[in-house]
Design a protein around this ligand. Structure first.
Ligand SMILES: [Zn+2]
Length: 360
């Protein structure tokens, strides 16, 4: 089955299969869900099933070898149209819908959709990042959505439905793509060769929010280096606020990017820190349990220096966790990153000194 490697989407596959069997395929769908949850892959597989010349549409499968399948896989099917927000741009320009000023109405997705199919009985158009259409682009597409050619199937893909005009939304059937199961994210990381070690895959997946795109960001080598510096600092027998703050800030600086990118990396750092303390706490509450694959070794080290049965130690870790979470709120509220992190590490040191020293 062509859907075998598409994780967690059996319901959506079944919905389309039933709809096609009943002859009720709509002319426009809106795939909604966070980035990295397989919406594009699903749209491509759906198109392949509908363009496969050897398997009937209502079976919603594809042979993988006919000319239709091969053309979709090669990205060269004449009836498959796809546009997306150009690299580095914040909006999908109007030209992609209706052509350049000189060729207005004679080029672009809306024009191409008006041409009869060449190699099949449909034309399928995918608009990736439909939430990045500006008003002009949206209005151009709206005309096609209002009077679609009988052979047209339009798939709009959006992570942020609030950015879509309500007139666009109301003309599409919504299909939801919720976050993936963390186990599926871990499997996909391995299946796609992004990670080879299953415990590393589980650890990355646990922070991914069920998004393969987020997991891929987490695999950035510099971000991992930053994470490891943080873990080492948090687990150190003598917690050293000032050097740790310096190291983490330098790490964020080294990864680079604009202010909002640095803010995102600071946010990641805090989430790593929360995960670290969460694991210490879990270790303290279940001392007899064997460490699972996604356990952070440095968290285990810190937990082993604490008393598993001690309420005071559990409270200490909870207090550290809460302080880490509060820093995340500050970053969210646009507090400058250095101010936020220096204050955080200072407080983490103070809390540990006040409660009682973490024994070596
Ligand atoms: Zn085929």
């Amino acid at each position: 089955m062509i859907w075998d490697d598409v994780r967690g989407r059996a319901d959506q596959v079944e919905m389309f299969r039933r709809t096609i069997r009943r002859g009720r395929l709509a002319s426009a769908y809106l795939f909604l869900g966070p980035e990295g949850t397989g919406k594009n892959l699903f749209a491509q597989r759906l198109a392949q099933c509908l363009f496969c010349t050897t398997i009937a549409d209502e079976q919603l499968d594809a042979c993988g070898t006919c000319s239709g399948c091969r053309q979709i896989q090669a990205g060269s099917h004449p009836d498959f149209l796809r546009i997306a927000c150009p690299e580095g741009k914040r909006e999908i320009p109007i030209e992609l819908f209706v052509g350049s000023r000189e060729a207005r109405g004679r080029e672009g997705l809306c024009h191409d959709l008006s041409i009869r199919p060449m190699a099949s009985h449909r034309r399928i158009a995918v608009i990736d990042g439909a939430d990045l259409m500006n008003e002009e682009s949206a209005n151009a597409l709206l005309k096609t959505l209002e009077e679609p050619p009988s052979y047209a199937l339009m798939i709009l893909i959006a992570a942020n439905p609030d950015s879509l005009l309500s007139t666009i939304r109301s003309r599409c059937q919504a299909v939801r793509f919720p976050a993936l199961d963390l186990a599926d994210v871990a499997d996909l990381l391995i299946a796609q060769g992004m990670v080879s070690d299953p415990s590393e895959a589980a650890a990355v997946a646990s922070l991914s929010d069920g998004s393969l795109a987020t997991a891929a960001q987490l695999l950035d080598p510099q971000l991992r280096q930053l994470r490891d510096r943080l873990y080492a600092g948090l687990a150190a027998e003598r917690f050293a606020s000032v050097p740790l703050a310096k190291q983490v800030l330098a790490g964020i600086e080294e990864i680079g990017g604009d202010a909002s990118t640095q803010r995102r990396h600071a946010q990641w750092t805090l989430r790593f820190g929360m995960e670290f303390y969460r694991q210490v706490l879990r270790r303290l509450s279940e001392p007899g349990q064997p460490a699972d694959a996604s356990m952070i070794p440095q968290a285990q080290q810190l937990a082993s220096r604490l008393d598993a049965g001690s309420a005071a130690d559990a409270e200490l870790i909870m207090e550290l966790f809460d302080r880490m979470a509060a820093a995340g709120d500050l970053i969210e509220r646009m507090t400058p990153v250095p101010l936020c992190l220096e204050g955080l590490f200072d407080d983490l040191g103070r809390i540990q000194r006040q409660r009682r020293p973490v024994r070596g």
